[in-house]
Design a protein around this ligand. Structure first.
Ligand code: PLP
Length: 703
């Protein structure tokens, strides 16, 4: 049945499969064991299974399913009746180009580090679903972001396993004659070359630039080795490849975008390459800048100062001298565009400032972050008050189908045709939920928590067996005397994110005795699952990981508080679907949006968060819990003490009693009321379909 193998291969080469439950099952069911071993990568899976073997598995039932999925895939690709066709027809024709240093699309494509990448990945998927003519631009990172390994002291170490294009659904980008398309640009005094790969994400295309080719001097070959790898020099080189290389690639492909969307300042050098094109046409600088601004929109992503790239003017001179001469842009004019302080243009060059100055519109990623950003950047606009600053906001969301487990997807499809319908409006969600009984909803929760616990035991035995301390724990745990295994009956809290210090991962350990009582309560126990990576240079974040790992090994927490190594999209999917409560306790207002909590909602999870990022606009008193009311203290010890006290108080007096308060059928009726409220109020609002529609109407379509 060669055509069937071809059909499978075709599905494996478009990431659409990753948000379609049935398509995923096609691959999984070929070999569940191998599927785990290849990190859910169907291209690699098919490499490892011979055609004979596949044929042996192609019974008629499988064949029917394959035919059905293939047909849906074709219909998806050819659908003309999209939201964009109806509401923004000009953008069905003309391309939106979206530049981002990272894209988190699936765990098998390791070109992301964290939230920013996941947001880009969810953005491109919704752009495809809605019918935008959309291309993403990023880099191909051969070593990806690191794999986290904890040593025997609980200290994070980093490994960089290679990923190979031939094991991924990447197509080499070629020119009209079928030869590798190579673009070139200047870095310092050198000409640097890049090839490009294309990844199909539904109807959208993601292009990945790659300098690892023989034409380059050796030190330019590994510019793109690692996501945010290396020093400042590596960083500026990556950003030149992304911004300037990206615009050159689009030109070589004859793509003339209606909009360039800079997702974060990393890609802001794209504006200079657009400026070069205007200067070449003979425009004066002022006019050229206006032309570039018309084409660009910019999204800023963090109120944390260190999160904004800044380069010294020496470094700028070294890297750009040759290029600026070529395009005829005086160095000082260039510096002025990226200077925070116009009276000191030879100070640091800030990528965010360049992006703000050269785009027609800018936005933060939640209502609160919009306010904070207007205050933060008002000097750039010489504005007296933040209200005058033209930075708006579009609150982040998540791509619901991607973050839904098979169990959850099948559950909702008993009641409606798709998750998109469930999240289309609060009314639609209410109407659907009215047909779901509490028993059914509660059994979904039980089922999902079971799956998470099964996953955790498998994961721990695969990942930590070589570690002395954890080894002892596992031995203990698998023995007959196993006393306190994780249980699906126990209230389960999840905390997983980057271990940036402002996120305060260890906050819940502020009062060990109190936490000991909470976790070990005889009738109302609690279990907590942690995961997360610290940036390789962030020793403070690594200390937080170490502290938590040490706590997990103390007798009173052993087997009840767990740290899962190597947080990534795959681990995130398991955690967000299984936990009852998603904990988030950053220092307000440093979390620009946060999205992980939004992923829990359709699984019946509830958010418990400091009112920061997306949460203050979503929280209504009935759809989760707030940690404090946004009180801010100058002294950070006092802040931590206050927030920890609020956390314990709400946990002990509201969350735990509500969870364990059961009716005669052992159902926590009041808890499920909150779950329903969360699905109705959060599901339809905090998803990337809504977010991309907002970008389209407010920003991509010109006024
Ligand atoms: C969703 C997600 C994030 C973002 O989480 P925040 O809430 O923004 O911290 C980071 N990493 C992974 C792997 C994710 O899936």
């Amino acid at each position: 049945m060669p055509h069937k193998i071809e059909a499978l291969q075709k599905l494996s080469r478009n990431l659409w499969w990753s948000w379609d439950t049935e398509a995923k099952e096609l691959f999984y069911s070929l070999s569940p064991l191998l599927w785990e071993r290849v990190n859910h990568n169907p291209v690699e899976l098919l490499h490892h299974i011979s055609n004979d073997e596949i044929n042996a598995r192609l019974d008629s039932k499988y064949g029917d399913k394959l035919a059905r999925v293939s047909q849906r895939f074709e219909e998806y690709l050819n659908d003309k009746d999209t939201w964009v066709a109806k509401h923004a027809p000009s953008l069905a024709e003309k391309t939106v180009a979206y530049f981002s240093a990272e894209f988190g699309i699936h765990e098998s494509i390791r070109i992301y580090s964290g939230g920013l990448g996941v947001l880009s990945g969810d953005h491109i998927k919704s752009a495809s679903d809605l019918g935008l003519n959309f291309v993403g631009i990023t880099l191909f990172y051969k070593e990806g972001y690191f794999r986290q390994c904890l040593n025997h002291e609980g200290w994070q170490t980093e490994e960089y396993p290679l990923q190979y294009p031939e094991s991924m659904p990447l197509e080499k980008v070629t020119d009209a004659e079928g030869k590798d398309l190579i673009i070139s640009f200047d870095i310092a005094q050198s000409e640097v070359f890049a090839q490009a790969w294309c990844l199909n994400v539904g109807r959208a295309k993601l292009f990945l630039l790659d300098t690892n080719i023989p034409a380059n001097e050796s030190h330019y070959r590994d510019i793109c080795s690692r996501v945010y790898g290396g020093d400042q020099n590596m960083r500026i080189n990556q950003e030149i490849v992304l911004g300037i290389g990206g615009v050159k690639l689009l030109k070589a492909l004859d793509i003339d975008p209606a909009v360039y969307h800079m997702n974060e300042g990393h890609s802001a050098f794209l504006t200079v390459e657009l400026l070069a094109a205007e200067l070449e046409k003979g425009k004066q600088l002022e006019e050229a800048i206006e032309r570039v601004k018309e084409q660009c929109v910019f999204t800023t992503h963090t109120p944390v100062a260190a999160g904004h790239d800044r380069f010294s003017s020496d470094m700028m001179h070294y890297s750009f001298d040759k290029y600026l001469h070529k395009i005829g842009l005086p160095f000082d004019d260039f510096l002025r565009m990226g200077a925070e302080d116009q009276s000191n243009i030879h100070g640091l060059f800030t990528m965010t400032v360049l992006a703000l100055n050269l785009s027609r519109t800018a936005n933060g990623v939640s209502k609160l972050h919009g306010e904070v950003s207007r205050e933060m950047w008002k000097h750039i606009y010489a504005a007296k008050t933040a209200n005058e600053v033209p930075i708006g906001h579009i609150t982040n969301g998540v791509h619901m189908s991607s973050w839904s487990s098979g169990t959850t997807d099948r559950f909702w499809r008993q009641y409606t045709d798709s998750l998109d319908t469930l999240t289309s409006s609060p009314e639609a969600a209410s109407e659907i939920l009215a047909r779901v009984t509490d028993e059914e909803l509660w059994s979904l929760r039980y089922h999902l928590k079971r799956n998470l616990i099964d996953f955790i035991y498998r994961y721990l035995s695969n990942h930590l067996y070589h570690q002395h301390s954890y080894g002892a724990y596992l031995e203990h745990d698998t023995s007959k005397s196993r006393k306190n295994p994780l249980s699906p009956d126990v209230l389960t809290i999840g905390f997983a994110r980057r271990f940036a210090t402002y996120k305060r991962a260890p906050l819940i350990f502020s009062d060990i005795e109190r936490l000991t009582r909470i976790v070990n309560n005889a009738t109302m126990p609690v279990q907590i699952i942690f995961s997360g990576k610290a940036h390789p240079h962030d020793d403070a974040g690594k200390h937080y990981i170490q502290q938590i790992v040490e706590h997990t090994l103390q007798p009173q927490f052993k087997g009840k508080i767990i740290f899962l190594e190597n947080y990534n999209i795959g681990v995130a999917k398991r955690m967000i679907s299984g936990v009852d409560v998603w904990l988030n306790n950053p220092v307000r207002p440093l979390e620009a949006s946060g999205t992980s909590g939004q992923k829990t909602v359709l699984h019946g999870g509830l958010n418990f968060s400091v009112p920061d990022g997306w949460w203050p606009e979503a929280f209504n008193g009935e759809n989760g819990w707030s940690i404090g009311h946004g009180e801010v203290f100058d002294d950070h010890h006092e802040q931590d003490r206050h927030d920890a006290e609020q956390l314990y108080d709400v946990l002990e007096n509201q969350i735990i009693p509500t969870f364990y308060n059961r009716n005669a059928d052992n159902i926590p009726v009041n808890w499920l009321k909150k779950v329903r409220n969360a699905i109705i109020t959060i599901g339809p609002e905090y998803n990337t379909h809504r977010m991309v529609r907002d970008y389209t109407t407010n920003y991509y379509l010109k006024d």
